[in-house]
Design a protein around this ligand. Structure first.
Ligand code: FA5
Length: 351
């Protein structure tokens, strides 16, 4: 055997046992097995300096050393990889006995909850739910409700216009986002005439107005409409009384005041006794002891006729109120802008 090869094999194997990580292993590989300048390659090169007859034996010995050293390298590499894997598995072990993190569940929006409570209250009084569109014509939102073009009462509802087509009848074609749920009155009357009607019409309304703690440019209203023979103002007041009693509890004391809406005659506004101070006077009711809850009245004969009902035979009542404001009172929410700000810290309180 050739001494230089034996020494090379002994040194290489001894150094390999001392190799403790991948970095040291790579340095070892470069030192012994690298094609350029590796000790083994250099030893093989000395072959050409030997006498011709010694070369086959030297070549065979060099190959044997190479096989031993390469096998030792592969074994060390595998051992280091297994050790690294073991360390990783034991170091960051997952404790499967720990309790899991519960995924947070969604829930109904505060407005949806309020709407459902209102549906239930009115369902007990025999009111069905009727859905009408958000995008309306000028005619349904105003004209057919007895508010013709240029009527000053239009100033009561600042409007988002969607289109204003120049047609022979602009009132008919101009599109807008409904400013209140009242246009649904005409739709349901035209659909059901001459049957009697008892419906509530919930939905989003849109107004081009200054946003404040009490006013949003998008908010929900709920409309009520009853049409039939011999429907009277006392039926309206009784219905509002029952509604206030069920929604606000307590004595549910209700009072009505004369008011004005172009589509009702007579028109009233209904107030309930303040739910917070029970009529004594507080900041929420502005020290009056009363809270306004709804605009209402007997359906105007013009509106009944526009819906297809003969006002000499039929009569009806209608009312409309905001959906957010009652829940603001119930939960003492002082700013309507929280409702649609999508802040989960607010919404999550009503799960
Ligand atoms: C109306 O919209 C009438 N259509 C109601 C009505 C229906 C009267 C049927 C007679 C017969 P008013 O503009 O007052 O009325 O609005 C009714 C309610 O909607 C208000 O009392 C309030 O609770 C709510 N509301 C109105 N504007 C806003 C707003 N910008 N933000 C939040 N709520 C609003």
């Amino acid at each position: 055997m050739y001494e230089n090869l034996i020494k090379l094999q002994t040194d290489a194997l001894a150094e390999l046992t001392a190799v403790a990580d991948a970095e040291a292993l790579e340095a070892w590989r470069v030192r012994y097995l690298s094609r350029k300048g590796g000790a083994l390659g250099e030893a093989v090169k000395t072959l050409s300096t030997l006498p011709r007859e010694e070369r086959p034996a030297y070549g065979q010995a060099a190959n044997e050393v190479k096989a031993v050293v390469e096998a030792a390298f592969a074994a060390r590499q595998e051992a280091l990889r297994a050790a690294a894997l073991e360390a990783e598995l034991t170091g960051s072990a997952i404790d499967v006995t720990l309790p899991g993190r519960a995924p947070s569940l969604g829930h109904l929006h505060i407005t949806t909850q309020a709407l459902r409570q209102l549906y239930a209250i009115f369902a007990e009084m025999g009111f069905q739910v009727y859905d009408a569109p958000d995008v309306e014509t000028d005619d349904y939102n105003f004209g057919l409700l007895n508010i013709p073009p240029y009527h000053p009462a239009r100033d009561m509802w600042d409007t988002f216009w969607v289109s204003q087509d120049a047609t022979p009848d602009p009132g008919q074609r101009a599109l807008l986002l409904r400013t209140h749920t009242s246009p649904g009155q005409i739709r349901v009357m035209r659909e059901r005439c001459p049957e009697p009607i008892r419906v509530v019409l919930p939905g989003k309304c849109y107004r081009y107005e200054q946003i404040s703690v009490r006013s949003e440019h998008q908010f929900y209203q709920m409309e009520g409409l009853a049409v039939g023979k011999n429907i009277r103002l006392t039926d309206l007041i009784g219905t509002l009384h029952e509604f206030a009693h069920k929604l606000y509890g307590g004595t549910g004391k209700l009072r009505v005041r004369g008011s004005y809406f172009p589509f009702t005659e007579p028109s009233i506004e209904a107030d309930v006794e303040c739910v917070l101070c029970r009529g004594k006077g507080c900041a929420v009711c502005k020290y009056t002891g009363w809270l306004e809850v709804a605009g209402a009245g007997m359906v105007h004969p013009v509106v009944l006729r526009n819906g297809g009902y003969d006002p000499d035979v039929y009569s009806g009542f209608a009312f409309g109120f905001g959906v957010e404001r009652p829940s603001m009172l119930k939960y003492s929410i002082h700013d309507i802008r929280y409702y649609y700000g999508n802040d989960l810290r607010f919404l999550g309180q009503f799960g």
